[in-house]
Design a protein around this ligand. Structure first.
Ligand code: GDP
Ligand code: MG
Length: 370
């Protein structure tokens, strides 16, 4: 809590400083007029004069810090789409993400070390697509609770031999509520029982009317096992993202979201972050939820050390003082002091957020890949 000097408080309360010194003495506090007293003491003194003290300045600090001025149109650059895979359990979310990763990410990697950082970037011709690869339902829900939006496109995986199931419906509702574009991947087309028309028919009930049924929902028949349709799916993602004209300003201070985080024995808190606007650099002081620190090192999804990360780029960062939560927003601070100060204020204010957070554990298990 903030401190205030006896003199300042006297001015605010419009009483003599000497009177406050006396009042303080009665409480057993010996303080001269220039000395600071803590906020709680100030509050109890003010009560005597029927004045309610508020920590106005502290609230302002947070509001100022979290306020995001929109960028100038001319500073905006197009950015890759951020894609999440959703759907019913066992319909092939993990398999699909693996299939894409295998064909579009690791094939050019010498040695083929697969780095798992909770997100990866697939290359499609000269376009990039960022896939969130996390046990992402918690992050997604937490982000939505805060009105933050990390994803642009949701791939709704529906098994062609199973059709629309309860978690498919949940996924549709979540994607719609979040206002993200939905592309349907009708998976397991290699299976004898595959019936894509049945899937399309069932989707009509949820107002997803596929193109060949006269609607606008893009659907692609795929098989995560034999690779059928994966290229078309990626092309559709590129198409949809081009139509959405996704843009961000790479020049401003970095801002983004924590995708996942854990404590590493050797390296301390390790967080995968998604930069949403601006450019994050090694050495930047940042605040992430209630944690803070200076970015000590950054690794991309291929485990390579990088010095900076621009919009839509996922990176693993080291240097935070504690493990942030998935879904926490992160911001670049002006300096280390501000980073710490803001984090402390967030902790003070955080009780409400924490209550909200604990109630976000809804039945979303395995909507997302795990
Ligand atoms: P998730 O729960 O949605 O992540 O589903 P998984 O990716 O774990 O897949 C569930 C099961 O379906 C696994 O046994 C996969 O091998 C299988 N599977 C996934 N995609 C396909 C596919 O395209 N064809 C076939 N035949 N099996 C698939
Ligand atoms: Mg899975």
């Amino acid at each position: 809590p903030q401190n205030v000097s006896v003199k300042e408080l006297a001015e605010k309360l419009e009483v003599q400083s000497s009177e406050l010194v006396k009042e303080l003495m009665l409480k057993g506090i010996m303080a001269n007029v220039n000395e600071n007293i803590d906020f709680d003491t100030a509050v109890s003194l003010a009560e005597k004069y029927d004045i309610l003290l508020e920590q106005q300045e502290e609230v302002d600090i947070l509001e100022d810090f979290f306020k995001v001025e929109p960028s100038d149109e001319k500073d905006l650059r197009s950015r890759p789409p951020v894609v999440v895979v959703m759907g019913h359990v066992d319909h092939g979310k993990t398999s699909l993400l693996d299939a894409i990763r295998k064909t579009r990410v690791t094939e050019k990697e010498a040695g083929g070390i697969t780095q798992h950082i909770g997100a990866y970037v697939a290359q499609v011709n000269d376009q990039k697509i960022t896939f969130l690869d996390t046990p992402g339902h918690e992050a997604f829900t937490a982000m939505r609770m805060r009105g933050a939006q990390a994803t642009d496109i949701a791939i709704l995986v529906v098994a062609a031999d199973d059709g629309v199931m309860p978690q498919t419906v949940e996924a549709i509702n979540h994607a719609k509520a979040a206002g993200v574009e939905i592309i349907v991947a009708i998976n397991k087309m290699d299976k004898p029982g595959a019936n894509p028309d049945r899937v399309k028919q069932e989707l009509v009930e949820y107002e997803l009317i596929c193109e060949d049924w006269g609607g606008e929902t893009i659907s692609v028949p795929v098989s995560a096992i034999n690779g059928e349709g994966i290229d078309q799916l990626l092309e559709m993602i590129v198409l949809v993202s081009e139509m959405s004209e996704l843009k961000a300003d790479p020049k401003r201070d970095a801002r983004g979201i924590i995708i996942e985080a854990q404590l590493d024995k050797g390296r301390g808190p390790v967080a995968t972050v998604l930069v949403q606007s601006g450019t994050l650099r090694v050495g930047d002081p940042i605040v992430a939820g209630t944690s803070y620190g200076k970015v000590r090192a950054m690794m991309d999804d291929k485990g390579r050390r990088v010095k900076e990360a621009g919009p839509s780029k996922p990176v693993e960062i080291l240097g935070l003082n504690e493990v942030p939560l998935a879904g926490d927003p992160f911001y670049k601070a002006k300096n280390d002091r501000e980073a710490r100060h803001v984090a402390e204020k967030v902790i003070e204010k955080g009780k409400v957020d924490l209550i909200k957070r604990s109630s976000t554990k809804v039945t979303l298990d395995d909507l997302f890949s795990q």
